[in-house]
Ligand binder design. Structure first.
Ligand SMILES: CC(C)(COP(=O)(O)OP(=O)(O)OC[C@H]1O[C@@H](n2cnc3c(N)ncnc32)[C@H](O)[C@@H]1OP(=O)(O)O)[C@@H](O)C(=O)NCCC(=O)NCCS
Length: 399
């Protein structure tokens, strides 16, 4: 079995594998013409047996926001094993290769949207949040309290830098969102406006952007069937959310339902008067910390007032080997860094999944102990919870 990066010559075989597995486009379909160069910002690893492509994993080069910093992240997608070859453990060597290449690029984290969570658990990934589609009755949006000094207007190309800045401001305050930089997101300001029906702004009395929504109108105008799709609805004030929701409420005569891409405890919900918030689709999002020392040094979580403290810990049981070892988290003036050390004696020891959950602030150390994801002395449990917790988990981009 040959594990190697795929090239343009593998285009047709790769297309067939993906179409068979995911049904998009419906199989059988004719492969589109092969591109003339490999796409930037991702590599595709294949398992090739006697000239036949039998499995594939795609690794995207991303950055995502964790603890207020941009952390290099390998986004795994397109995972496929040919039906006749399933159950033979082909994913392990493919992930070893894909995450090995990711490590060389400095990608200390890896994330993915699983079709089934169990596929990736033993490879060290765990669910930390999900990308949800939520539905609300459009008529109920008219009941949102009016904003005081905020109005809506259509975004023009010169507004796009402010839209991007608002996304960055919001994303930096969460754990998880992609930075929307790099080849996949390399769109000009004009292209960004063309990606949807419209980008609408909420602006304050000084015409400063305090919120925006990217949305698609959808088909037809029968309120019983028509659905308005809102992709991003982000604001830096309650009034921003109010103004944008009320604008969507004005569609109630022609689109009975509005759908929003959302995640976690979405602040957009905090101005809705009704309890309606129906999740109609959910994509879990899994995280793996491949290099704790690298991830904590880049993310540098802070807890002002914590003072100086050293925490020795260990990670054990990573089937891919990379995450295991001893580590020392050093908090100085409230800011953490981390290095690899030879730990001595009994230290808190995380499984790879436990490490993902605590790094994300998705579970407390106490919960991890109940799930056998953490063992050993509990002296620093509350410090780790406080240092790594406190940021809501959110995602907005599917891959
Ligand atoms: C999912 C898929 C890639 C798994 O292939 P496979 O050959 O069974 O993979 P492996 O033999 O390497 O097994 C990997 C792990 O996945 C688990 N697994 C496989 N299919 C699973 C499923 N449907 N649900 C939950 N776990 C599953 C295996 O039990 C194994 O777990 P373990 O390592 O803890 O023992 C393959 O079934 C496939 O291509 N499915 C269709 C496309 C798809 O869903 N891809 C995933 C996209 S996120």
């Amino acid at each position: 079995m040959d594990i190697r990066t795929l090239t343009l010559d593998d285009h047709a075989a790769q297309f067939r594998l993906g179409a068979e597995a995911f049904g998009t486009p419906p199989y059988p379909a004719t492969p589109p013409e092969a591109p003339t160069s490999l796409p930037q910002g991702r590599d595709v690893w294949g398992a090739v047996d006697d000239g036949e492509l039998v499995a594939r994993v795609v690794g995207h080069t991303y950055e995502s926001w964790w603890h207020g910093r941009r952390v290099p992240t390998c986004g795994i997608a397109g995972v496929t094993v040919a039906p006749e070859r399933r159950g033979a453990g082909l994913l392990q060597p493919l992930f070893e290769a894909a995450l090995g290449a990711a490590a060389e690029r400095g990608e200390v984290l890896s994330t993915l949207y699983p079709t089934a969570n169990g596929i990736y658990r033993s490879l060290g990934y765990e669910v930390v949040t999900s990308l949800d589609t939520v539905e609300v009755a459009t008529a109920e949006l008219s009941g949102v309290r009016p904003p005081t000094a905020t109005r809506t207007r259509r975004a023009r190309v010169e507004d796009v830098p402010a839209v991007r800045a608002l996304y960055d401001r919001w994303a930096a305050a969460q754990n998880g969102p992609l930075t929307r930089t790099g080849p996949r997101f390399a769109t000009t300001d004009a292209e960004l406006l063309d990606e949807a029906t419209a980008v609408s702004l909420a602006v304050d009395a000084d015409d400063q952007v305090v919120g925006y929504a990217t949305w698609d109108r959808g088909a037809d105008y029968d309120p019983a069937t028509s659905v308005l799709e809102v992709h991003d609805l982000l604001a830096a004030s309650l009034d921003g959310y109010r103004a944008l929701w009320r604008m969507f409420g004005s569609f109630s005569s022609v689109a009975g339902r509005s759908r929003l891409s959302s995640s976690g405890h979405d602040p957009a919900r905090l101005v809705l008067p009704s309890a309606t918030w129906r999740v109609v689709a959910r994509h879990p999002y899994m995280l793996r910390v491949s290099d704790l020392a690298g991830a904590l040094t880049v993310a540098a979580p802070t807890l002002p007032g914590l003072g100086d403290i050293e925490i020795d810990l260990a990670v054990a049981g990573d089937r891919l080997g990379r995450a295991d070892g001893g580590f020392r988290i050093t908090v100085s003036n409230g800011t953490a860094t981390c290095g690899r050390v030879a730990v001595a004696g009994d230290v808190p020891t995380f499984t790879t999944q436990g490490l993902a959950l605590v790094f994300a602030g998705a579970q407390s150390c106490a919960n991890l102990r109940m799930l056998d994801h953490l063992a050993g002395p509990d002296t620093h449990d509350r410090v780790l919870d406080a240092l790594l917790g406190g940021r809501p988990l959110h995602v907005r981009d599917y891959f």
